[in-house]
Design a protein around this ligand. Structure first.
Ligand code: F6R
Length: 269
């Protein structure tokens, strides 16, 4: 696991955008796994800027989002489809039919959505780069604590803490879904490369669990310790509870020196 700590969230977003851009250079038809939430917004903005200058194109890419609420229509402003359109898809050249979310249509059996979503991911050749945030409770996607580390895309009940954290986006009299369909931890682990972003002091305990804690279903993100290619980008506040901080900085300097000498080798499988 590569852990890189920056003074602020802006640098985190810039490094994240750089990794997406590097992926596009070697694989213009890359398959991306996207996340919603507050954290990746700055990264999407950087990518939109890069797209406007002509530096990156998403025209040949495919995307699969981690999760979608169950019980609100896709065109609701609160849906994750709307979030992605608003924050990213509407501003780049990705083909809309190549953007996927695990959404359940009105009247559809939600239990069928997960297996169908997994089949679509497989048909696209699997995810090359999965972008993740992390919940205060260590969730990735909507895999709440106690989720099986082998779980696949399925319906999940959201914890009270997650409902409170996401409640800011819903008006007091508005229906807030308590269920979502999320990629499982097993699904996320199959991505060839993973980029997790965390910023702000509220994420410090979850980040410590992810990077230095035991691998446990009570901190679902800790499963990433078993993944071969994970980059964790943090700001100072999110890194505040890491005990091996000094080592991560040292390793980052060494890795940078290697890249300067031998180039930024990036080979997707
Ligand atoms: C979003 C998602 C969640 C968020 C997490 C952090 O698609 O799956 O796991 O990444 O809840 O959210 P923010 O970034 O709003 O703190």
């Amino acid at each position: 696991m590569e852990v890189v700590i920056y003074p602020d969230a802006e640098r985190v977003a810039r490094h994240g955008a750089g990794l997406v851009e590097a992926m596009l250079k070697v694989k213009p038809d890359a398959v991306f796994g996207f996340a919603t939430g507050r954290t990746p917004i700055a990264l999407y903005r950087r990518l939109v800027e890069r797209h406007r200058t002509g530096a990156v194109s998403f025209a040949r890419t495919t995307s699969f989002n981690l999760d979608e609420y169950l019980g609100i229509p896709a065109d609701s402003p609160q849906s994750y489809r709307s979030f992605m359109d608003r924050e990213f898809f509407d501003h780049v050249d990705i083909e809309r039919e190549n953007t996927h979310l695990p959404a359940c249509a009105e009247g559809e059996n939600p239990q069928r959505v997960g297996p169908a979503y997994e089949a679509r991911i497989r048909a696209a050749g699997g995810i090359d780069l999965q972008i993740l945030g992390i919940g205060h409770n260590g969730h990735i996607g909507f895999n709440e604590p106690s989720s099986s580390l082998a779980s696949r895309t399925r319906v999940k009940t959201l914890t009270r803490r997650t409902l409170e954290a996401n409640g800011r986006l819903f008006a007091a009299d508005e229906f807030q879904p308590r269920l979502a369909i999320t990629m499982g931890i097993g699904t996320i682990m199959e991505a060839r490369r993973i980029l997790l972003l965390a910023t702000g002091a509220a994420k410090a305990a979850a980040v410590a669990g992810l990077v230095e804690g035991p691998v446990t279903a009570m901190c679902p993100a800790s499963a990433l310790q078993w993944h071969e290619r994970v980059t964790v980008l943090l700001d100072e506040a999110a890194a505040a509870q890491l005990r091996y901080r000094e080592y991560y900085d040292l390793a980052h300097r060494e890795n940078r020196a290697l890249k300067e000498r031998f180039g930024d080798f990036y080979a997707p499988e």
